[in-house]
Design a protein around this ligand. Sequence first.
Ligand code: BGC
Length: 762
Amino acid sequence: MRLLYITLSFMFVVLVGSCSQPSPEVQDNEHFRRADSLLQLLTLEEKAGQMTNVGLTAITQGPFWNDFDTLLLDTAKMRDLLINQHVGSIQNKGVYPPCREEWHRIIKTVQQFVMEHSRHQIPVLFGMDAVHGAHYTAGSTLFPHQIGLAASWNPELARVVGEVTAYEMRASSQPWNFAPVLDVSMQPLWGRIFETFGEDTHMHNMMGRAFIEGQQGSSLADTTSVATCIKHFAGYGTPFTGKDRSPALIPEHYLRQYYIEPFRHAIEAGAITAMLNSGTVNGIPGHADHYLITDVLKGELGLKGFVISDWEDVGRLASVHRVASDARDAARIAVNAGLDMSMVPYDASFATDVVDLVNAGKIPMSRIDDAVRRILYVKFKLGLFDNPWHDPAGYTDFGSEEFAEKSYQAALESITLLKNDNGTLPISKDNPKILITGPTSNALTALNGPWSRTWAGDDPSYDDPGKKTVLEAMQDAFGAGQILHTPGTSYEGEVESEQHLLLKADRADMVIVCLGERPATEKPSDIDELDLPRNQLDLVKRLHKSGKPIVLVLLQGRPRIIREIEPLADAIIHAYWPGHEGGRALASLIKGDDNFSGKLPYTYPRYSGALYTYQHKVSDKLDHEFGLDGFNPQWEFGHGLSYTTFAYSDLRLSADTVFTDEGFSLEVSVTNTGSRPGKEVVQVYLRDLVATITPDDRKLVAFDKVHLEAGESKTLAFEVSYHDMQYMGLDNEWTALSSDYEVLVGGLPGELLSGKVFYAGP
Ligand code: BGC
């Protein structure tokens, strides 16, 4: 009897469970159904308002650009924009970062205002650039930037960053994140490469997917999930000159092979909205490209939600790109190309233009309905109609030690040891005296980089109390009495006198010089020269005269060239912008309490006239004598040292010949041959030996990160699919020519093991 009761109860639970949790497709259909019903009730003006996104300061007191240290909502502006003009979306903030209680107050007030005064009570959708944590909320957890996550080669960390970011955003009542950035960047001059996962497509596919799964969770309506906005579709990351928002020249088959793939993976992982490329590709502005927006992004890739413009970029079709005669013409072009929401962001002029254009028959009503249906679908899917704000008190883990620890782990795994001659690191001497110097040695802003409390991230008045700079973390790790400090120089200023520097260095056993670049993003991050500024190079040259061992720490968002000073340094660490726990992580790695395991996510150039990526062609290797020694970066993609050593053996491929649609698998053994535990990144590359389009030197198709105790061995298995063996043909179809492929497996630096597979065709 008892057994029967248990069995029946179990069946009941299973049935109820399956009834109460409809499949994602059924849920989606329901969201679209609700969107359709609501759409029917809206006037054209209300629809155009839903398509409009303004900056938060468009509804606060004072001018749009203000430097107030509090945000006071302006009722008249709210009435004008949110009620009279029906604006449906708001983003970001003013200058200072509000705390989560203040975000709650702001967002709740806005939502209640809309509930009370508008006809349909459609909640406003708030979007944020939470690109390495919910950084626009004071006290939130700040992680390494995406480039650091890529350097960890550990997608699990990207998933965790996504999860924590979503939790802390929702704790601030923010449901929509303009992240991750999926712009593969083969242009190291570009100032936003730090916001990306580097120069490789597969890395973006893996990291982007994990980040999105982390932040979207199992349901967007969960109060710990946020909606993703993948950006900036497509080709934004490789401007020809390296300047932000400047033209890119990318033939379509390359666009598809390298740049669109991460967006495809992201949409498969559930990414629900997308932001467009501010620049042009092959002369076509991203915001005017009907083919890319409508045919590719929404059609082929199947984006279900909506497409938003980047900042002011509809108007820039006229003012910058000159494909439109004025702002209204620009709105016509963008909306007809497939744009659903414009980040105007100062006013609702876009909505007025849209209404006029529809009335004049220049935008079909069906296009407007499609756009608004997508927007309403996202609002329903996010559960905004039920939960337009959240009680911050319910988010007890916000800014917790536990989250800081996750950030610390991410920083540890991302920081990359580029050089370590004569075992300079870890510091083995007892009670060493260490001189710490350089422009990034004692600044939290130098660890967090841009998008940290403010857009530029360079204002120390928003430093979080208790977080440690490199100097402070080193004092904690070695004892304050062991550490000497002098700034040495600023980012681009005068260098301290040689005499002064040498006096300091003479008192130390070694010198740690923290170099790097001033936090900046977008246009302010444009540079004319990839070399580190001359004063920073001079600082190292002066200190070198002391004869003391020198360790360089590079806190920077891109691979600034250091060719002149590289030989003067005994050890070099690339820390990217590692976030709030970066100082602690650096100290722990330098001391040897932890081991390095980061690997470069881009090629580190030696010369500014030789900016190759690892995918380069054989012809890029040609040297002056037509030999093949011409590819000579400072450090290659995938490079990174450890305090232990690893050896590879027993590469076994499951097949030596494969046919169309078949992949193969491989196994390889890796052993920790040193005396310390460590994590190794096992990298798997394919080299296509013959194709109709000159193939890349090699292509990353898989990787895994494995922890090994000293002396321990593990055998790892990888799958290589037929798709991995293909390239995009001139007809924009994936293809493969019957040919040999080399399979290269191992860790870098070091010789990769190699095998061969023959693709025999159909
Ligand atoms: C940036 C985007 C960002 C948007 C909103 C733009 O200028 O290019 O990446 O999401 O501003 O802040």
